[in-house]
Design a protein around this ligand. Structure first.
Ligand SMILES: [Zn+2]
Length: 301
């Protein structure tokens, strides 16, 4: 049995996913509970503390063996202060110093970062981009988020707000985005955008393509169009940052080759020079565990 342990907490709008890991990042036990976000921050924080204790208990490890806790939360997060600013899917969380509160309750070091940064870190440490140092992670589901990992470290920017790749403008005057602007990448290339534009989901699209026929061909064109927009966004990232790898995760990455074949083509088309030609576009590997693995990777540091 491990003598020392780390804990990762993935705080989501609907679930809290907590895992105990050894000092090499291998998961020993895990606990998943509903967030109950509507009850507000105090109740959610009680739930996190209970989850950590339950996961430690399941692993047969006492709190004293706990070396550090990493926590991922929906952005924006002020990393240096462990502060959760005002996430859209955690109502009434306005400037909650989650890091400091958990440190006091758990009696150990607690680091808090935004979930997309940590998902990127997880894919670099344990997943699709293992062994690469300069990586951009992009998650495409109902929205589009991202994390930039450079030199093997999360690049957070001056205010900890770097990596919001979903809000680069790709179509001036285009569809309205959740953020209030128009024509953001998220407004044309997310699952929500697909549904709004075409009246069916990307999951339906995959089924229609598998069935073939007229509706299958139409679905393929619709996915190709989304891939073109997404590829334009990824090519911009490649041109500016020159990453070795762009990892694409989130629900839409489950489309597999249906998405990745036209996506890679579009990245080549819009990519400039060496950076655009050389970047690899890979599918994320860690699935539902990506958040908690990222939190563990943060605790490891
Ligand atoms: Zn936006």
């Amino acid at each position: 049995m491990a003598k020392s342990a780390l804990v990762g907490v993935d705080l989501g709008g609907t679930k809290i996913y907590t895992a105990v890991a050894d000092l090499r990042g291998r998961i020993i036990s895990e606990v998943i509970v509903p967030t109950g976000a509507e009850r507000g921050p105090a109740a959610v924080i009680d739930e996190i503390v209970r989850s950590v204790d339950d996961a430690l208990c399941a692993a047969g490890i006492g709190r004293r063996a706990l070396k550090a806790v990493g926590a991922g939360a929906p952005g924006p997060v002020v990393f240096a202060r462990g502060l959760i600013a005002d996430p859209p899917n955690l109502p009434r969380w306005c400037n909650v110093p989650l890091g400091a509160i958990l440190e006091e309750r758990l009696g150990t070091t607690v680091l808090v970062d935004n979930d997309a940064n940590l998902a990127g870190l997880a894919e670099v440490r344990f997943g699709a981009a293992k062994g690469f140092r300069d990586v951009v992670y992009v998650t495409v589901s109902t929205g589009i988020g991202g994390g930039i990992i450079f030199g093997g470290e999360v690049f957070r920017g001056a205010d900890g707000a770097a990596g919001e790749v979903g809000h680069m403008t790709v179509l001036p005057g285009g569809p309205r985005c959740n953020c209030g602007n128009r024509g953001c990448l998220e407004a044309v290339a997310s699952g929500t955008a697909f549904r709004r534009l075409h009246g069916y989901t990307t999951k339906d699209a995959a089924e229609r393509i598998a069935r073939g026929g007229v509706s299958g061909r139409k679905a393929r064109r619709d996915i190709d169009e989304l891939a073109e927009w997404l590829g334009l966004g990824l090519a911009n990232l490649a041109n500016i940052l020159n990453p070795q790898v762009i990892v694409v995760g989130g629900g839409l990455s489950n489309l597999g080759p249906i998405l990745f074949v036209p996506l890679r083509k579009a990245v080549k088309k819009y990519g400039f020079s060496i950076a655009g030609r050389r970047v690899k576009v890979l599918r994320a590997k860690l699935g539902k565990r990506v958040g908690v693995m990222g939190a563990i990777a943060l605790a490891l540091e």
